[in-house]
Design a protein around this ligand. Structure first.
Ligand code: F6R
Length: 615
């Protein structure tokens, strides 16, 4: 995790780097730092805390002048978040300064070697080891910074995106990547470096995304030279034109990114199926599926790998694929799958789901599946991300940038893509009739408006949040397609409000969690008309007899649950497989309001980061 930014050109670097760090704070926000070259020396300031804390500290501490700068916002791996462990880090001589996103796994042995050669260390970080390793190589071999970085990185095991410069050669920044993203923005005689394109989008739409095991020397007035770290071969600069715009990465009048992203869901879902769902022609068109149809049709099973919310979307897809396309599905935590020696064959299809496309465990699971011959299909949101490049084929969600750390629109758009794939395969396999196929398409097309309607419950959900905001625990129950939604509802609440919450299949409640229920326990029960309704109503009776407080998520017009529950939140009616797209909306709003009422940082919850690029 961590966000890195750099600038070299004709403008003042500080405001660009600072604003860039604010945009990248979703990647980590426990400490931040900036190093600038002011024409004679390096000026460096760093602090525990957020970028705003850095801004206050830095402007009283150092001059902010200089047209070369690098900055870092941290999510701690090695060493607690404090001023010393914050980046940038100097080398022992003070000549080199580095920022790093990732983990150097063999930093312990490298550090010992450097200590034996007289190096000293101020911080507990692996990054300070790396910058001194580069310095050591540079001095011993009497070579340029770029070459020294290359030789040093060949001794390193781990993951990194780095930017480093030498105060004696202040006309270049050397960058490199392995396993952590790094983009270079190409402006008019100026260059930007960042973990993603958001820090430089208002300056240039032209960007190069470094591939794994590539490094680049970015030279003032001269341009970018990219090489392979391993064999030194030159790589062509592949400049992409970015589709991103500034509006997409700003709050647009909302108080928080999370709220904006919750409200963006009607459009995000529509954008995701636009051009793919062709109801008039009764076809679903997805080139990634079409091009590989034979593989899909011959597959023995689908294995879904993902983490967190994306894993929950994967769980929903298990119900959808099995129900519609009659293909057996297994849904795996990528972190477990990658270390489990799983049985995979070339007749398996692995679907990797990831909003960021950078999640380290999901990426490793993909590599494992590929090595065993499986065909790997990606469902990612971030275009050009590592996972989208590592997979054999894929389909993007078109949710737009998701910046709030708690995933919302990524979840619903992932379910949308997975539904489209399942429907397409179902049609190709003949497991649903043409009239049913058409019916499902029409229902999916209606979902954005129904999500809009579900969002109208916002004020009512807020009033419920007010009642339960001080609860210490919550239970979330659902069945069938809505069991994963219960898991997702609980995850949303705990990650942003820090209230303990458990998601459970409703019928499992009596096998343990029922013991927790008393008059202090709020229980959110998803009880839509389609799907085990009567059974869930029985579960609600069981809760009621134990005096639990029931918040029912029900279909519009519901009467039975209304009689039993303390509160009911209505969502529009739809077919069963699509109910998760609606039932999840009030759960997102509930967690948002509770967290806000408790004074929590909704967009940047403690200890978390948006892209988990470490395992
Ligand atoms: C929860 C959340 C995380 C992510 C998980 C996977 O709100 O955001 O659980 O879903 O870290 O991230 P991606 O989808 O980027 O692979």
């Amino acid at each position: 995790m961590c966000g890195i930014v750099g600038y070299i050109g004709h403008r003042e670097a500080y405001p660009i780097v600072l604003k860039g760090l604010k945009r990248l704070e979703y990647r980590g926000y426990d400490s931040a730092g900036i190093a600038l070259y002011d024409g004679t020396d390096i000026k460096l300031s760093k602090t525990k805390g957020k970028v705003l804390d850095l801004e206050h500290k830095l402007e009283s501490e150092i001059s902010t002048h200089g047209s070369l700068g690098i900055g870092h916002t941290r999510w701690a791996t090695h060493g607690v978040p404090n001023d010393i462990n914050s980046h940038p880090h100097y080398s022992n001589s003070g000549d080199l300064v580095i920022i790093h996103n990732g983990i150097i796994e063999n930093y312990g042995s490298l550090k010992q070697e450097l200590i034996s050669r007289g190096y000293t260390f101020k911080s507990d970080t692996d990054t300070e080891v790396l910058v001194n390793l580069i310095e050591d190589v540079k001095k011993n071999e009497n070579i340029k910074l770029g070459k020294a970085v290359q030789i040093a990185l060949n001794q390193v095991i781990g993951a990194y995106a780095i930017a480093v410069f030498d105060k004696n050669k202040p006309n270049e920044i050397v960058v490199a990547r392995l396993g952590s993203p790094l983009a270079i923005g190409i402006g008019e005689d100026e260059f930007f470096i960042a973990s993603d394109a958001s820090p430089f989008i208002e300056y240039t739409k032209n960007a190069i995304y470094l591939e794994d095991e590539e490094m680049a020397v970015v030279r003032r007035h001269k341009g970018v030279k990219i090489r392979k770290i391993k064999d030194d071969s030159l790589v062509d600069n592949y400049i992409q034109t970015l589709q991103l715009n500034l509006e997409q990465i700003e709050k647009g009048g909302y108080d928080h990114f999370m709220l904006k992203e919750i409200y963006e869901q009607p459009n995000a879902i529509r954008d995701t199926f636009r051009g793919r769902l062709r109801t008039d022609e009764a076809i679903i068109k997805m080139s990634g599926v079409e091009d590989n149809m034979k593989k899909f049709l011959n597959a023995d099973r689908i294995i879904v790998v993902a983490c967190g919310t994306s894993w929950h979307a994967g769980l929903v897809s298990e119900y959808i694929f099995e129900d519609l396309a009659r293909i057996p599905v297994e849904v795996e935590y990528a972190s477990e799958f990658r270390y489990r020696n799983p049985v995979i064959t070339d007749r398996d299809i692995v679907i990797a789901i990831s909003q960021s496309g950078e999640t380290a465990d999901t990426l490793a699971a993909i590599k494992l599946a590929k090595s065993k011959g499986a065909f790997v299909f990606g469902v990612c949101n971030v275009v050009g991300s590592s996972i989208s490049r590592e997979t054999h084929a894929g389909a993007y969600t078109h949710a737009g940038p998701e910046i709030g750390v708690a995933s919302t629109k990524a979840f619903t758009t992932q379910i949308t893509v997975l539904t489209l794939i399942a429907l397409r395969l179902a049609r190709a396999k003949g497991t649903i009739s043409s009239s049913e196929f058409r019916h499902q398409m029409i229902e999916l097309e209606l979902i954005p408006d129904k999500v809009k309607k579900a969002l109208e419950s916002d004020d009512y959900v807020k009033s419920i949040a007010e009642i339960y905001k001080n609860a210490s625990n919550f239970l979330y129950l659902g069945r069938g397609f809505n069991f994963p939604v219960a898991l997702e509802g609980a995850l949303k609440l705990k990650e942003i409000s820090y209230i303990h919450a458990e998601g459970y299949p409703a019928a499992e409640m009596k096998h343990g969690p029922i013991a927790l229920i008393d008059e202090n326990m709020p229980i959110v029960v998803i009880a839509t008309k389609k799907g085990h309704y009567e059974k869930v109503v029985s579960n609600i009776q069981e809760i009621k007899s134990r005096k639990g407080k029931i918040i029912g998520i029900v279909t519009e017009g519901d009467k039975q649950v209304r009689e039993l529950a303390d509160h009911v939140i209505e969502v529009p009616e739809t077919i069963e497989s699509l109910t998760p797209l609606l039932t999840t909306i009030p759960l997102q709003l509930l967690s948002y309001h509770i967290a806000l009422m408790l004074g929590k940082n909704v967009d940047q919850p403690r200890n978390l980061a948006k892209a988990v690029t470490v395992e």
